[in-house]
Write a protein that binds this ligand. Structure first.
Ligand SMILES: [Cu+2]
Length: 261
Protein backbone atom coordinates (compact mmCIF):
# COMPACT_ATOMS: atom_id res chain seq x y z
CA UNK A 1 0.00 0.00 0.00
CA UNK A 2 2.81 2.32 0.94
CA UNK A 3 4.50 1.45 -2.35
CA UNK A 4 1.34 2.38 -4.28
CA UNK A 5 1.06 5.77 -2.54
CA UNK A 6 4.70 6.50 -3.34
CA UNK A 7 4.18 5.52 -6.95
CA UNK A 8 1.18 7.85 -7.19
CA UNK A 9 3.15 10.74 -5.70
CA UNK A 10 6.03 10.24 -8.11
CA UNK A 11 3.62 10.11 -11.03
CA UNK A 12 1.98 13.35 -9.94
CA UNK A 13 5.30 15.14 -9.72
CA UNK A 14 6.32 13.78 -13.11
CA UNK A 15 3.08 15.05 -14.60
CA UNK A 16 3.69 18.52 -13.17
CA UNK A 17 7.24 18.61 -14.54
CA UNK A 18 6.08 17.50 -17.95
CA UNK A 19 3.37 20.16 -17.94
CA UNK A 20 5.74 23.05 -17.26
CA UNK A 21 7.18 23.42 -20.79
CA UNK A 22 3.72 23.96 -22.18
CA UNK A 23 3.20 27.14 -20.13
CA UNK A 24 2.03 30.08 -22.23
CA UNK A 25 4.52 32.56 -23.62
CA UNK A 26 4.61 35.78 -21.64
CA UNK A 27 4.31 39.27 -23.06
CA UNK A 28 7.59 41.12 -22.92
CA UNK A 29 8.28 44.81 -22.42
CA UNK A 30 11.18 47.12 -23.05
CA UNK A 31 11.59 50.52 -21.53
CA UNK A 32 12.48 53.71 -23.37
CA UNK A 33 13.65 56.81 -21.54
CA UNK A 34 12.82 59.91 -23.53
CA UNK A 35 15.37 62.68 -23.18
CA UNK A 36 15.22 66.25 -24.35
CA UNK A 37 16.42 67.28 -27.75
CA UNK A 38 16.91 70.91 -28.79
CA UNK A 39 17.06 72.01 -25.14
CA UNK A 40 13.29 71.69 -24.82
CA UNK A 41 13.40 70.52 -21.24
CA UNK A 42 10.88 67.85 -22.20
CA UNK A 43 11.29 64.26 -21.07
CA UNK A 44 9.31 61.09 -20.69
CA UNK A 45 9.09 57.37 -20.36
CA UNK A 46 7.74 54.81 -22.75
CA UNK A 47 7.10 51.10 -22.67
CA UNK A 48 6.97 48.92 -25.74
CA UNK A 49 5.33 45.58 -25.10
CA UNK A 50 5.53 42.74 -27.57
CA UNK A 51 2.28 40.91 -26.93
CA UNK A 52 1.98 37.18 -27.17
CA UNK A 53 -0.13 37.48 -30.32
CA UNK A 54 2.49 39.56 -32.14
CA UNK A 55 0.87 42.95 -31.58
CA UNK A 56 2.89 45.86 -30.22
CA UNK A 57 1.54 47.85 -27.28
CA UNK A 58 2.97 51.34 -26.86
CA UNK A 59 2.61 53.47 -23.76
CA UNK A 60 4.17 56.94 -23.50
CA UNK A 61 4.11 59.51 -20.71
CA UNK A 62 5.90 62.78 -21.42
CA UNK A 63 6.16 66.17 -19.74
CA UNK A 64 7.49 69.60 -20.63
CA UNK A 65 6.10 69.64 -24.15
CA UNK A 66 4.49 72.62 -25.90
CA UNK A 67 1.08 72.83 -24.15
CA UNK A 68 -2.24 72.36 -25.91
CA UNK A 69 -0.39 71.36 -29.06
CA UNK A 70 -0.23 68.16 -31.11
CA UNK A 71 3.07 66.33 -31.06
CA UNK A 72 3.93 64.16 -34.01
CA UNK A 73 5.69 61.07 -32.71
CA UNK A 74 7.27 58.12 -34.40
CA UNK A 75 9.32 55.01 -34.06
CA UNK A 76 12.45 55.86 -36.03
CA UNK A 77 15.08 53.43 -37.24
CA UNK A 78 14.91 50.28 -39.30
CA UNK A 79 14.58 46.52 -39.11
CA UNK A 80 17.81 45.95 -41.01
CA UNK A 81 20.17 46.28 -38.07
CA UNK A 82 21.37 49.79 -38.80
CA UNK A 83 23.23 51.34 -35.87
CA UNK A 84 21.05 54.39 -35.26
CA UNK A 85 21.14 56.51 -32.12
CA UNK A 86 19.69 59.75 -30.80
CA UNK A 87 21.52 62.84 -32.09
CA UNK A 88 23.14 65.59 -30.08
CA UNK A 89 23.35 69.24 -31.03
CA UNK A 90 26.27 68.59 -33.36
CA UNK A 91 23.64 67.34 -35.81
CA UNK A 92 22.52 70.97 -36.28
CA UNK A 93 24.36 71.31 -39.57
CA UNK A 94 22.71 74.56 -40.67
CA UNK A 95 23.60 76.16 -37.35
CA UNK A 96 20.19 77.65 -36.56
CA UNK A 97 20.36 76.32 -33.04
CA UNK A 98 17.90 73.50 -33.64
CA UNK A 99 18.33 69.97 -34.90
CA UNK A 100 15.58 69.59 -37.46
CA UNK A 101 13.93 66.28 -38.25
CA UNK A 102 15.96 66.02 -41.44
CA UNK A 103 19.20 66.83 -39.62
CA UNK A 104 18.40 64.16 -37.04
CA UNK A 105 17.59 61.42 -39.54
CA UNK A 106 21.19 60.35 -40.19
CA UNK A 107 21.33 59.64 -36.45
CA UNK A 108 17.95 58.17 -35.61
CA UNK A 109 16.90 56.96 -39.04
CA UNK A 110 13.77 57.52 -41.04
CA UNK A 111 10.24 57.28 -39.73
CA UNK A 112 9.50 53.58 -39.22
CA UNK A 113 6.07 53.71 -37.58
CA UNK A 114 3.89 56.80 -37.08
CA UNK A 115 2.52 56.68 -33.55
CA UNK A 116 -0.88 58.08 -34.38
CA UNK A 117 -3.87 57.92 -32.04
CA UNK A 118 -6.10 56.24 -34.63
CA UNK A 119 -6.07 55.09 -38.22
CA UNK A 120 -3.01 53.91 -40.06
CA UNK A 121 0.46 54.05 -38.62
CA UNK A 122 2.41 54.13 -41.87
CA UNK A 123 5.30 56.49 -42.52
CA UNK A 124 2.98 58.49 -44.77
CA UNK A 125 1.01 59.45 -41.64
CA UNK A 126 4.13 60.90 -40.03
CA UNK A 127 2.79 64.44 -40.17
CA UNK A 128 -0.89 63.64 -39.66
CA UNK A 129 -1.06 66.03 -36.71
CA UNK A 130 -4.84 65.69 -36.49
CA UNK A 131 -4.21 62.08 -35.44
CA UNK A 132 -1.27 62.76 -33.16
CA UNK A 133 -1.58 63.07 -29.37
CA UNK A 134 -1.94 66.56 -27.90
CA UNK A 135 -0.16 67.78 -24.79
CA UNK A 136 -2.45 69.16 -22.11
CA UNK A 137 -2.35 72.70 -20.70
CA UNK A 138 0.65 71.75 -18.55
CA UNK A 139 2.59 70.18 -21.41
CA UNK A 140 1.94 66.61 -20.31
CA UNK A 141 1.21 63.97 -22.89
CA UNK A 142 -0.19 60.48 -22.45
CA UNK A 143 -0.38 57.96 -25.25
CA UNK A 144 -1.54 54.37 -25.27
CA UNK A 145 -2.12 52.30 -28.35
CA UNK A 146 -1.78 48.70 -29.47
CA UNK A 147 -0.78 48.25 -33.09
CA UNK A 148 -1.85 44.98 -34.66
CA UNK A 149 0.92 42.73 -35.90
CA UNK A 150 -0.49 42.90 -39.42
CA UNK A 151 0.01 46.68 -39.40
CA UNK A 152 3.63 46.56 -38.23
CA UNK A 153 6.50 46.69 -40.72
CA UNK A 154 8.20 43.34 -41.15
CA UNK A 155 10.73 42.63 -38.41
CA UNK A 156 9.45 45.26 -35.96
CA UNK A 157 9.32 43.00 -32.91
CA UNK A 158 12.64 41.32 -33.70
CA UNK A 159 14.35 44.68 -34.17
CA UNK A 160 12.84 46.73 -31.37
CA UNK A 161 16.35 47.38 -30.08
CA UNK A 162 17.16 49.18 -33.32
CA UNK A 163 14.29 51.61 -32.99
CA UNK A 164 13.88 54.95 -31.25
CA UNK A 165 10.93 56.98 -30.16
CA UNK A 166 11.04 60.62 -31.28
CA UNK A 167 8.46 63.21 -30.31
CA UNK A 168 8.30 66.41 -32.31
CA UNK A 169 7.21 69.96 -31.54
CA UNK A 170 9.28 72.74 -29.99
CA UNK A 171 8.64 76.34 -28.98
CA UNK A 172 11.65 78.38 -30.10
CA UNK A 173 10.19 81.80 -29.31
CA UNK A 174 8.57 80.84 -26.03
CA UNK A 175 4.97 81.76 -26.77
CA UNK A 176 3.51 78.34 -25.94
CA UNK A 177 2.48 77.57 -29.50
CA UNK A 178 3.82 76.70 -32.92
CA UNK A 179 4.13 79.70 -35.20
CA UNK A 180 6.12 80.79 -38.21
CA UNK A 181 7.79 83.55 -36.17
CA UNK A 182 9.73 80.92 -34.24
CA UNK A 183 11.78 79.10 -36.88
CA UNK A 184 9.95 79.80 -40.11
CA UNK A 185 8.26 77.20 -42.23
CA UNK A 186 8.90 73.50 -41.86
CA UNK A 187 11.19 72.25 -44.59
CA UNK A 188 10.09 68.70 -43.76
CA UNK A 189 6.45 69.59 -44.31
CA UNK A 190 7.34 71.46 -47.48
CA UNK A 191 9.11 68.42 -48.85
CA UNK A 192 5.95 66.43 -48.09
CA UNK A 193 3.90 68.91 -50.11
CA UNK A 194 2.43 70.70 -47.09
CA UNK A 195 2.73 74.48 -46.83
CA UNK A 196 2.31 76.83 -43.89
CA UNK A 197 3.45 74.30 -41.25
CA UNK A 198 5.80 75.91 -38.71
CA UNK A 199 9.25 74.38 -38.35
CA UNK A 200 8.52 74.45 -34.60
CA UNK A 201 5.85 71.77 -35.15
CA UNK A 202 8.24 69.30 -36.76
CA UNK A 203 11.58 69.78 -34.99
CA UNK A 204 12.22 66.96 -32.49
CA UNK A 205 11.59 67.61 -28.80
CA UNK A 206 12.51 64.27 -27.25
CA UNK A 207 14.33 61.14 -28.34
CA UNK A 208 14.61 57.83 -26.58
CA UNK A 209 16.49 54.66 -27.33
CA UNK A 210 15.25 51.19 -26.51
CA UNK A 211 17.19 49.99 -23.51
CA UNK A 212 16.52 46.29 -23.95
CA UNK A 213 14.88 44.03 -26.47
CA UNK A 214 12.78 40.89 -26.52
CA UNK A 215 15.41 38.72 -28.11
CA UNK A 216 13.79 35.64 -26.65
CA UNK A 217 10.46 35.22 -24.98
CA UNK A 218 10.17 33.76 -21.53
CA UNK A 219 8.19 30.61 -20.90
CA UNK A 220 7.61 30.82 -17.19
CA UNK A 221 8.73 32.64 -14.09
CA UNK A 222 10.95 29.69 -13.28
CA UNK A 223 12.80 29.89 -16.58
CA UNK A 224 16.29 31.40 -16.58
CA UNK A 225 16.48 34.96 -17.95
CA UNK A 226 16.84 35.22 -21.70
CA UNK A 227 20.21 36.31 -22.98
CA UNK A 228 21.17 38.45 -25.92
CA UNK A 229 22.25 36.59 -29.04
CA UNK A 230 25.95 36.43 -29.91
CA UNK A 231 27.35 39.56 -31.43
CA UNK A 232 24.81 41.95 -29.94
CA UNK A 233 26.18 42.19 -26.43
CA UNK A 234 27.13 45.78 -25.52
CA UNK A 235 30.85 46.41 -25.23
CA UNK A 236 32.28 46.40 -21.75
CA UNK A 237 34.08 49.40 -20.39
CA UNK A 238 33.23 52.91 -19.41
CA UNK A 239 30.25 54.68 -20.89
CA UNK A 240 30.96 57.78 -23.00
CA UNK A 241 30.78 61.13 -21.20
CA UNK A 242 27.48 62.01 -22.82
CA UNK A 243 25.82 58.67 -22.27
CA UNK A 244 22.35 60.15 -22.73
CA UNK A 245 22.71 59.96 -26.48
CA UNK A 246 24.71 56.79 -26.83
CA UNK A 247 22.67 53.80 -27.85
CA UNK A 248 25.40 51.40 -26.86
CA UNK A 249 25.79 52.76 -23.35
CA UNK A 250 22.03 52.69 -22.88
CA UNK A 251 21.89 49.02 -23.83
CA UNK A 252 20.97 46.70 -21.03
CA UNK A 253 19.48 43.33 -21.64
CA UNK A 254 19.32 41.40 -18.43
CA UNK A 255 17.64 43.85 -16.04
CA UNK A 256 14.75 44.42 -18.42
CA UNK A 257 14.35 40.84 -19.49
CA UNK A 258 14.63 39.45 -15.98
CA UNK A 259 12.04 41.86 -14.68
CA UNK A 260 9.48 41.07 -17.34
CA UNK A 261 9.81 37.32 -17.51
CU1 LIG B 1 9.79 61.43 -35.85
Amino acid sequence: MKFRRTLFAVSAVAAMVLATPTAALADESVHVKLLELNNTGASGNATLTALNNGDLKISIRSAGLVPNSPHAQHLHGSATGMDFHCPDMSADTNGNGYVSTEEGMPSYGDIFVALTTKGDTAKASGLAVDRMPTADAKGNLAYDRTIASADLPKGTIEHLKDLHIVQHGVDANGNNKYDLDGLGESTLAQSAGLSGIPEEATDPATCGMVSGAPQARCRSAASPPATAPPGTKPPSGTAPADSRYSRRSAFSYSPVVARTC
